[in-house]
Write a protein that binds this ligand. Structure first.
Ligand code: PLP
Length: 652
């Protein structure tokens, strides 16, 4: 027996009480995961809140959606709030600056944004532009990413950190960057890279800036705990590190080795792991100085977590620390490790990805339809020609109460399954089966009501809300827009963005519009834990119902795929001004059907010709008229130009 987790905030109250925005805020946890960036207005709309000229400006998301519609940008849309991107860069740099001042640290912080976390041009341009105030640079893991960094970064004090496997071309690009005065580091992931770097460097006459990536052995909590340890696929073993140092000494190039890189993993929920990782990195750093390397830069990789649950715990999707604590821990640990050895403080680098961009993007979509799981109204009495087992179900349905609900649950499933079996064998009719399913559903609903007021509920009944949940069909593809939900069971905050003065009376899961049973959101986190359903409002006639999936700025956009050929969504970037108005600074129309077909090697001209031939044959055979053929070919062309997602009929 378990204590009833559904008894308070997660269920529909039995008697109707006025419902306030505060109730919605508690239900969806927006004030926990939303930090200070999202809240609910007295009118029941989700507001985005941004700091602007010393004050906080709020804008309802529903107003931004209205602006999108006026511009012909339909759902689903990824909405980026430019101010939030700037704000995250600002607070990261200022938190390090404060920690540096507090510990009288004798060097600076230089952040770099890992381009792989969000490669979209607008995001990168904004980071390069706004980040230049703080000399915030880029981390790159491929030639393509290096080209982006070289082109977009204008500030010569911002660093470029080259991770990943580097071929001669990659190395040449980085050496040319050095020649232009850009502090571009090659981080050795494997000893194999060194000979090519040395050879290219000699050939071009340009000295490289070198770093070494170590394999930390600190065990970290969370999903990405395999990024470190002896079996990590990245970084040098300690034996290889020693060999690299020897090789550099032989080549008289040890003076180029200036950076130590240590990435413990992404989304590290536990601050103690971070402290442990920094301590170990400092030991390697001092070891390299003892070997004669000049050093000067300590790169602690990514890992600064986002609290997707808003629970402030060391659960995988949460974090048990604040940003200032993270910075203070790093600075303090470096001082404690290096000061006793009188080693000069290095430039501190971090490669925070998700903590920089997650907050600024959200996926907005409309609900297209609901599969209501409530039972149909029951007949007044049993049909006289129905199967005799139906009487048992009927009887159970009349007698569910607080003392027998578990027994009723068992009986409902038993008799329902018996009738299903008889139906399979041809011994019960379609009508028998329909009534049995409906009666069983009616009983389960009554049982569920009893479980909400029961002090303890048997474990087998804990999944009842899930069994009874409605399915809300959302206009999006999980595989395209939220791939981590499918790939790694990532949790993101999800909630309606309006109607939050109304009590949401339905329990639901959310399905996307792909034909894939994995295309659904059925885990919802809040402070109390993980729920298998979310409470949503009933749809209203002729009124759209909009949901938002929040904190999706990291990793989701480029990891997405073309499952069912749903393409890139529309993307809108908005900049909020201090008077509360907002500008659509960027609009990107999502893929058309012709676009996605070309990605999978179809030539639309050939498709067009094939359809023309087919329809012409139908004309020849007298199946359609020539005028009909013309109409069909036009519909085909219009479809190719259209959005891959569900489009509502435009009013004529
Ligand atoms: N740096 C490196 C080398 C990484 O592999 C990653 C991602 O795993 C990051 C930085 C970004 O990590 P995060 O998004 O947790 O900040």
């Amino acid at each position: 027996m378990g204590i009833n987790p559904l008894s308070s905030s997660t269920t529909t109250t039995l008697e109707s009480t006025p419902w306030s925005p505060d109730d919605s805020a508690r239900l969806y946890g927006i004030r926990d995961w939303g930090v200070d960036y999202f809240d609910i207005s007295p009118q029941g709309n989700v507001n985005v809140k941004v700091p602007c000229q010393g004050k906080t400006v709020t804008v309802p998301l529903i107003d931004i959606i209205e602006g999108m519609q006026q511009r012909g940008l339909n759902m689903p849309t990824v909405l980026r709030i430019e101010n939030l991107l700037d704000e995250r860069i600002k607070i990261l740099n200022e938190a390090f600056a404060e920690a540096i001042a507090q510990y009288n640290y004798h060097n600076v912080y230089r952040g770099v944004f890992p381009i792989k976390v969000n490669q979209q041009c607008h995001v990168i341009e904004e980071i390069a532009d706004y980040g230049s105030h703080y000399h915030h640079g880029f981390e790159v893991g491929s030639k393509a990413e290096l080209i982006i960094a070289l082109a977009k970064q204008r500030d010569d004090k911002s660093l470029i950190i080259c991770n990943g496997y580097k071929d001669a071309e990659f190395i040449e690009l980085g050496l040319y960057a050095r020649e232009m005065g850009i502090p571009c580091f090659f981080v050795l992931e494997t000893p194999m890279e060194l000979p090519t770097i040395l050879e290219r460097s000699k050939a071009l006459g340009i000295e490289p800036l070198l770093g070494v990536r170590i394999r930390s052995t600190v065990a970290v909590d969370g999903h990405w705990n395999k990024d470190c340890g002896d079996r990590s696929i990245f970084g040098l073993s300690t034996a290889s590190l020693v060999k690299v140092v020897e090789q550099l000494k032989q080549e008289k190039m040890l003076h180029c080795l200036q950076l130590l890189h240590c990435h413990l993993g992404s989304q590290i929920p536990n601050i103690r792991n971070i402290r442990g990782g920094v301590m170990e990195a400092c030991r390697f750093y001092t070891g390299l100085i003892s070997e004669g390397a000049p050093m000067g830069y300590l790169d602690l990789g990514g890992g600064l977590a986002v609290d997707y649950e808003g629970a402030s715990t060391n659960n995988t999707h949460s974090k048990n620390y604040q940003l200032n604590e993270y910075c203070l821990n790093i600075v303090e640990t470096i001082c404690e490790s290096l000061d006793p050895l009188a080693i000069p403080h290095p430039v501190i680098i971090t490669e925070s990805g998700r903590a920089t961009v997650a907050y600024s993007s959200m996926l907005l979509f409309n609900i297209l339809d609901v599969r209501d799981h409530r039972p149909e109204p029951l007949p007044e009495q049993l049909p006289h020609d129905g199967h005799e087992l139906l009487a048992n179900l009927w009887d159970v349905n009349c007698h569910v109460d607080g003392d027998n609900f578990q027994e009723c649950y068992n009986d409902a499933l038993y008799y329902r399954d018996e009738i299903r079996e008889l139906f399979r064998r041809g011994q019960a009719t379609l009508k028998d089966r329909a009534l049995a399913d409906n009666l069983a559903l009616a009983i389960l609903e009554k049982v569920a009501k009893q479980t909400r007021i029961a002090q303890v509920i048997p474990p087998e009944l804990e999944n009842l809300p899930e069994l009874l949940a409605d399915i809300y069909y959302g206009n999006f593809s999980l595989f395209q827009s939220l791939p981590d939900i499918w790939a790694i069971d990532q949790l993101f905050p999800v909630m309606p963005i309006h109607r939050l003065t109304e009590e949401p009376e339905r329990q639901a899961i959310i399905a996307d519009i792909t034909c894939d049973c994995d295309g659904k959101i059925d885990h919802f986190a809040n402070k109390q834990g993980i729920n298998r359903t979310i409470r949503l409002h009933s749809l209203k006639q002729d009124e759209e119902y909009y949901l938002g999936v929040f904190l999706v700025g990291a990793y989701q956009e480029t990891l997405g795929d073309l499952h069912n050929l749903f393409g890139d969504t529309n993307v809108v970037s908005v900049h909020i001004q201090d008077d509360g108005n907002f500008n659509f600074v960027r609009e990107f129309h999502g893929d058309s059907i012709a676009d996605v077909l070309s990605y999978v090697e179809y030539d639309t001209k050939i498709l067009n010709e094939e359809l023309r031939q087919r329809s012409e044959k139908a004309v020849r055979e007298g199946k359609i008229t020539a005028a009909k053929r013309r109409q069909m070919m036009k519909a085909f062309k219009d479809s190719l130009d259209g959005y891959t997602y569900f489009e509502k009929e435009e009013n004529p």
